[in-house]
Design a protein around this ligand. Structure first.
Ligand code: AMP
Length: 481
């Protein structure tokens, strides 16, 4: 069967251009199935793993159907974790970049006021976690009257975290005339019944990719006493000398302990768990994605849906309590056709957990012998060399998109009555500029940020040094992101 191409969906040029710059050549399986259904406005339940390209499967058709002119949000995406909300926002934003879609996030442990201000301006899509979405709805700061698309992402995780009731509360606040899309790795009865209650003639799509994903990952296990795990971790890191590695532990305390211990040996490492401030969690995930450090110690907050390129190793310092977690954790490696290795430490009293996992993945994980001192000593020099080498910074997904876009800063804003129409008017009067070259305009109290698209940033910047905006010459420069 020949693969359908994005061109066949008759998407707008703005979307096709973004898809091209994101280097998506062909639709993935889930996209092939879901995009036509969603473009048609039908409800859909999708059973698929993360990493299958499901974010774009809903973001592409929604972006296509959004009316840019409308000021109130038209799509709401509910995710179980804040990390996932941030990631979905980024993917959505990249896809809708040339259509100038504004995508906002709302989640807990982060300034309510800032979110309120952001969504008060024109916003097309809101991505958030259930609790904070409800807060905004209750306080009247999120207008749901124009929502035409609802996406429930990682529904099974939402169920695990006890969020399903909150999801229902949100659904009751939405217009009935909408398209609902639900994505889940599994479809337990609670989720099925949610679908039956709140969806209309939903189409079921199943993408069987578990086997394939797990098969691409080399899986190994070590039998080790609990007290010897830290020592083994250090030895395994010398043996494997990974370029980029997530070390999973089951509790926050354990994450803290491992992080402290590796820190003593100058490992380029950081940590993430649910007890940390959200702004720190976000910054650390960003830095890990960019490759600023090579070892991330984490609880399962980093296991679901998080898409980071080129993670070479996953180490389960603690074997997960749930078999599904094992698959989610190791699925952070071997993404986009790359290979990866997953190593699991098993203590004598945890063999029953191991059996559960092996039954679930229908495969016996390869048992490895704990490496001896001689081998470790012989590898130590190479390990130290990498430890002392500065990390290579990874490209981010939107880099190619960003190359064509320049954000400029104008030192005038709401307080001096600057409006989007003033900016658009001035810019469109510059020779060679049309409104299609203007991206998102963000007007704050005393400054305004404007994106100039299609490589026209330098030219516009130069022209604005001698062109008045709203009757006055303004201080205009390139904005730092
Ligand atoms: P997701 O399942 O949404 O987490 O997506 C996994 C990764 O696949 C993300 O990095 C996407 O940017 C990427 N991706 C999505 N669709 C495509 C496509 N059609 N071709 C190549 N990569 C894609």
């Amino acid at each position: 069967m020949t693969k359908e191409k994005f061109l066949d969906y008759k998407l707008s040029d703005e979307l096709l251009k973004a898809i091209e710059l994101l280097t998506y050549k062909n639709p993935t399986k889930v996209q092939e199935k879901v995009i036509p259904i969603a473009l048609d406005g039908k409800d859909v339940v999708v059973k698929s793993q993360t990493g299958s390209g499901k974010t774009a499967a809903f973001a592409i058709p929604i972006s296509e159907n959004i009316k840019w002119e409308d000021n109130e949000p038209q799509a709401l995406v509910i995710t179980p974790t804040r990390e996932l909300a941030i990631q979905v926002r980024e993917d959505f934003f990249n896809i809708g970049r040339f259509k100038r879609l504004k995508v906002a996030t709302v989640y807990g442990k982060s300034s309510f006021y800032n979110q309120q201000r952001e969504i008060k301006q024109k916003t097309h899509v809101v991505v958030g976690t259930p609790g904070r979405i409800i807060d905004h709805i209750e306080k009247g700061t999120l207008d749901t009257s124009n929502i035409k698309y609802l996406v429930i992402d990682e529904a099974d995780e939402m169920l695990n975290m006890g969020f399903l009731e909150q999801v229902e509360t949100i659904i009751h606040e939405l217009p009935k005339n909408r398209t609902t899309m639900l994505f889940s790795a599994t479809l337990p009865t609670d989720i099925e019944s949610l679908c039956d209650r709140y969806m209309n003639n939903q189409i079921y799509v199943e993408i069987e990719e578990r086997g394939i994903t797990v098969d691409k990952i080399e899986q190994e296990k070590y039998l080790v006493k609990k007290d010897d795990k830290l020592e083994l971790l250090k030895n395994i890191s010398i043996l494997e000398n990974p370029d980029s590695c997530i070390i999973f532990a089951n509790t926050r305390d354990q994450v803290d302990d491992i992080h402290t211990e590796l820190g003593k040996y100058n490992y380029p490492c950081d940590k993430i768990h649910g007890g940390m401030e959200q702004k720190d969690r976000t910054r650390i995930m960003e830095n890990f994605k960019s490759g600023y450090f090579r070892y991330l110690v984490a609880t399962d907050v980093a296991a679901r849906g998080i898409d980071i390129d080129s993670i070479t190793h996953i180490i389960n310092f603690d074997i997960p309590f749930e078999k599904e977690s094992y698959v989610h954790r190791i699925g952070r490696t071997a993404r986009k056709g790359k290979t990866g290795k997953a190593i699991t430490f098993v203590s004598p009293n945890e063999k029953y957990l191991l059996k559960d996992i092996e039954d679930y993945i229908e495969k016996e994980i390869l048992l490895k012998k704990v490496p001896g001192n001689e081998l470790i000593n012989s590898l130590k020099k190479e390990f130290d060399e990498k430890l002392n080498t500065k990390a290579k910074i990874k490209e981010s997904k939107g880099d190619l998109l960003n190359e064509q876009i320049m954000k400029i800063h104008i030192n005038a804003g709401r307080k001096t009555k600057m409006r989007a129409v003033d900016i658009v008017g001035t810019l469109c009067n510059i020779e060679g500029m049309t409104k299609d070259d203007i991206g998102i305009i963000n007007i704050l109290d005393i400054s305004t940020f404007v994106e100039i698209l299609n490589n026209k940033g330098e030219m516009v910047l130069e022209k604005l040094q001698t062109t008045t905006i709203k009757g006055r010459l303004r201080n205009v420069n390139k904005a730092n992101d």
